[in-house]
Design a protein around this ligand. Sequence first.
Ligand SMILES: O=C(O)CCC(=O)N[C@@H](CCC(=O)O)C(=O)O
Ligand SMILES: [Zn+2]
Length: 344
Amino acid sequence: MLDTLLKTKDFLALTLANPQSFPEPFGFDIGEHTRVDVWDTGVILFQPLQQVANKDVVLSCGVHGNETAPIELCNGLIRDLLEDKIRVGERTLFLIGNPAAINNGTRIVDENMNRLFSGEHSRGPGLVNPERIRARKLETYVDRFFSAREGAQRIHYDLHTAIRGSKHEKFAIYPYRPGRAYSAEQIMFLKAAGVDTVLFHHEPTTTFSYFSSENYGADAFTIELGKVYPMGQNDMTRFIATREMLSRLICGRDLELESYGPEKVNLYQVCRVINKQAEDFEFTFASDVENFTSFPKGFVLAREGGKDIRVELDSEAVVFPNAKVPVGQRTVIMLTAAQAPDVR
Ligand SMILES: O=C(O)CCC(=O)N[C@@H](CCC(=O)O)C(=O)O
Ligand SMILES: [Zn+2]
């Protein structure tokens, strides 16, 4: 494994050739400046040996196997680090979430992994499947990474792409964090990375970003970087700003952020999540309606069990509408414009 990685510098290929696990962890140094530890398939840690690191950064991708742009983006950063084109200045853990689903070219193998965090992988009637096993392991790796020290700023960006086109191409979901102000610096970092839209969630979830936010106090986000395309078909020029800012972050370079201003970004509040309650759930609007499309009060959004589901507030926008989910899961997130969030 070590020889292959040193020769190819292609961590994604090594991961996809061993989708379940690696036989054993291994590690090596790059020059006298970086320690590399490979904990498992898709799990690689870079630590500066000399420079003082103030941040512990997790970059995850491929939690959904068909969301390929973030996987290509992360593998590019990993390759540049292995080739010594860039050097970490901060402790950085890369996670390629769901190698089996990436090999399949599908969002999931058996179950949506991004509904299985915060212990959800072990709840229910003794169900075991690849996503449950992997979600539990990913929690362990994040715990080992963040628990290695106190005092550093903890960051976790869980990178995705969306099934539909979006009126705001790149956007972030800020997990629910009662009692903790939102971070102005993080919002401006996202903006510099081309992510100009932030959704404030209104309740706990079982997503990966909520797990890191809630359990480790991390500045954690689910980040949507555009629309889903098959591997190799992404226009990587659309990710130049994102790549640049992630590179600056992990290399410990100056971020040169603009001062915060709510008028500089699009801020939305999640007002409700509509879960599927019956198999016959269907939306009334077309399948190519974009994320952030607004509907007026009273508009019939969906039908289920012979009942209409209507827009309740003056105007609500939809994000992630998807009727093809199991009963009990989210079909759509409804948004309103955010009213002056508590940002520091
Ligand atoms: O485009 C879609 O319908 C889904 C894209 C996606 O995978 N989004 C994440 C959002 C997670 C969050 O709410 O933080 C997901 O559904 O898991
Ligand atoms: Zn996703």
